[in-house]
Design a protein around this ligand. Structure first.
Ligand code: CA
Ligand code: CA
Length: 327
């Protein structure tokens, strides 16, 4: 019975397998299977998706927690930073206030007693002389302001002109005018520029501020021979590299000689002059003039101090300048 049943089943299987409807029989089978598979797959995918969603929700929560943590850490550090910033900005405000005060004092020509004492030590002027020189500074600065205003109202490029760039001190134009008219210095543009730049030994910056103006004037009018020589050296060292080279000498001496139209090489004479002057100044024979060379030479022969062009006031100009101070 069992066998027969088995046989029948086998027959039926065989029949089903061998029958023409085999294709039919097989065909519907895989389809639902595929369907099932698909559904099953879908379900499992869905399950995976759900799990993934759960995970992603969890991870999102995690991430938000982390973000919150980060934010609170950030806020805490921000608070610390803002405390620091508050301190820093208070210091900056105080510094700005001091600068403003200093600027106002400068512009009004007023010197506070501490600065006056400081300047008296740094310069060779008396208190009264310093007062008088501050008054001149104030006048020159107001000239600069006036010039700046005139320039900005008459010039079409007014927007480019920064008025405050010219009002904070003595600018080139006023300085040049002063050297010409007050100190009898008639010199080339290149030297004038170098005198302006070398004036302020402390390098406070340009335009010239009150302190730079006074210290520069002190060297200019009352400087020791060594101070004056060092000033001239700074002027002649055109590129401020610490040496006066042959090229710089050539530039400085170029216009000393009157050129003869019949000269084949008009620079020949200047080159010869450069060689002669170099021989005189170059004490250590390295082909250029250092500060030591210059100071040594000028100490031995004081008249050579302005060998490369006039950059100091004449004695009579100094005398008449002090007489106009009326102190
Ligand atoms: Ca140089
Ligand atoms: Ca040398």
């Amino acid at each position: 019975m069992g066998k027969a049943a088995a046989g029948n089943q086998a027959d039926m299987k065989g029949g089903a397998g061998g029958g023409g409807g085999g294709g039919k029989g097989r065909s519907p089978t895989p389809t639902p299977n595929r369907g099932n598979g698909a559904v099953g797959g879908g379900a499992s995918n869905a399950a995976t998706a759900t799990t993934a969603t759960g995970r992603s929700v969890r991870s999102t929560l995690q991430a938000s927690k982390t973000i919150l943590k980060t934010v609170s850490v950030f806020l805490a550090s921000g608070k610390r930073n803002s405390n620091n910033q508050a301190k820093a900005s208070a210091a900056a405000r105080e510094k700005r206030r001091q600068l403003r005060q200093r600027k106002m004092d400068e512009l009004s020509g007023k010197i506070n007693p501490k600065l006056l004492e400081n300047l008296r030590k740094k310069t060779r002027f008396s208190k009264d002389e310093l007062d008088a020189l501050c008054r001149i500074y104030r006048k020159l600065v107001s000239n600069c302001q006036y010039a700046a205003k005139t320039l900005s109202s008459s010039s079409s490029s007014a927007a480019i002109v920064k008025p405050h760039a010219t009002v904070e001190g003595i600018d080139r134009i006023v300085f040049r005018e002063l050297l010409h008219s007050t100190f009898d210095i008639v010199t080339e543009e290149i030297l004038m520029e170098r005198i302006f730049c070398s004036w302020d030994k402390a390098h406070e910056g340009l335009p010239l501020r009150l302190e730079g103006w006074l210290i520069g004037l002190s060297t200019f009018l009352r400087g020791t021979p060594a101070e004056r020589a060092a000033f001239c050296f700074r002027v002649y060292d055109l590129n401020t590299d610490g040496f006066i080279t042959k090229d710089e000498m050539f530039t400085l001496l170029r216009n000393c000689l009157i050129k003869q139209p019949q000269d084949e090489d008009p620079d020949e004479g200047v080159k010869d002059l450069v060689e002669i002057v170099l021989k005189k100044f170059d004490l250590d024979k390295d082909g250029k003039v250092s500060l030591e060379d210059f100071m040594g030479t000028v100490a031995a022969e004081p008249l050579l101090i302005e060998a490369f062009g006039q950059c100091l006031p004449t004695d009579s100009a100094v005398v008449s300048f002090f007489s106009t101070l009326q102190v």
